[in-house]
Design a protein around this ligand. Structure first.
Ligand SMILES: Cc1cc2nc3c(=O)[nH]c(=O)nc-3n(C[C@H](O)[C@H](O)[C@H](O)COP(=O)(O)OP(=O)(O)OC[C@H]3O[C@@H](n4cnc5c(N)ncnc54)[C@H](O)[C@@H]3O)c2cc1C
Length: 308
């Protein structure tokens, strides 16, 4: 049975949109399944994206969709893909538009997972509410906006030490907040002290923010408060979608979907790009990875169509 699409792209963030653009330009029949908002939805701006520095996340994606319009072989559907199974030499995927819609079935020769990750925030009042504005995940994305201001870095052990030393390149006033025992080695404490980074090991009660979701202060369990303009943390992550895991794809030790140099996962015919895969997580890099995966996909399809 002939597949309806050459490539089903799952996820319409930077990686998925860039892949759709490149595959559209290759005249490929593409379905881009747009399952909802991107990871950075809560952020006021995407920083460090060449020609788009500071653009609102929704506006970046709107432009991405707009620029797909000339490519008539690319179809976009609001679709949450729930399962993928091999069918002949391709795949059949099922999903839903909204929960009330009838299930949709899609056949494609190849699948690109561009489904991203989710950040797991501490279960304390204020973290979720201030996420993306007063609570920040990455100084490369947001350090410049809070440069020179009083900052906190939340976490324990080696992770918090490394992040605090990094953040101290943006501000001379950085305090590590460990929310209980910091598990900091004597060497970590010495390195922090050398950079004049303070350490607060009391348990945290909550974060207090402004109406504009800026951080005002950190309140500790004893009621004392520490005024800070922003708090950085390396939040643990999980895959946004269980599709790769359900397919039996290989994962790296850090929980990313393993891919070879051609963006193919350990499941032949299933590709992956963007935050889902290992490496530095930035919107521009996700877009570049989507572009590269699209080229690899087109070359793989071409080889199948033009056998030796
Ligand atoms: C708060 C915050 C601020 C950030 N700020 C910056 C910044 O300033 N600059 C920068 O470069 N980077 C920034 N990042 C990182 C950036 O958001 C990511 O690197 C980028 O979004 C990765 O793109 P992606 O396409 O891989 O994933 P995403 O953008 O997360 O897109 C994945 C898409 O897949 C969809 N999806 C998931 N499962 C399914 C499914 N089953 N079916 C259909 N669709 C599905 C999701 O709904 C989502 O739309 C920020 C991240 C966060 C959390």
């Amino acid at each position: 049975m002939e597949c309806t699409y050459d490539v089903l792209i799952i996820g319409a963030g930077s990686a998925g949109l860039a892949a759709a653009l490149t595959l559209g330009r290759c005249l490929r029949r593409v379905l881009l399944a747009d399952g909802g908002p991107p990871r950075n939805e809560a952020s006021p701006g995407v920083h460090g994206f060449l020609t788009r520095d500071g653009i609102r996340p929704a506006e970046l994606l709107r432009l991405g969709h707009e620029q797909l319009r000339p490519y008539k072989t690319v179809e976009v559907q609001c679709l949450q893909i729930e399962s993928i199974a091999r069918q002949g030499r391709g795949f059949v995927a099922t999903g839903h538009g909204t929960a009330d819609d009838a299930p949709v079935m899609v056949t494609a020769r190849r699948v690109l997972l561009a489904t991203g990750v989710s950040d797991i925030l501490p279960a304390l009042p204020g973290f979720r509410e201030l996420w993306g504005r007063g609570v920040l995940h990455c100084p490369y994305c947001h350090g410049w906006e809070v440069r020179g201001r009083p900052l906190a870095v939340y976490g324990q052990g080696r992770t918090v030490t490394g992040l605090a030393l990094l953040v101290s390149r943006w501000s001379p006033d950085v305090i590590v907040v460990t929310d209980g025992p910091g598990h900091l080695t004597p060497n970590a404490r010495r390195r922090l002290r050398r950079e004049k980074i303070g350490i607060r090991e009391e348990p945290v009660a909550r974060l207090i923010g402004s109406a504009g979701q800026e951080l005002r202060c950190i309140e500790f369990a004893d009621g004392s408060q520490l005024e800070r303009a922003a708090l950085f943390l390396h939040a643990p992550q999980h895959q946004r979608s269980p599709l790769a895991s359900n397919l039996g794809a290989r994962f790296t030790n850090s929980g990313a979907v393993w891919v070879d140099k051609n963006a193919q996962t350990s499941v032949p015919g299933i590709y992956a790009a963007g935050d889902t895969t290992p490496g530095t997580q930035q919107a521009l890099l996700a877009a570049a990875a989507g572009n590269q995966a699209a080229i690899c996909l087109n070359e793989n399809l071409t080889r199948e169509e033009c056998p030796r």
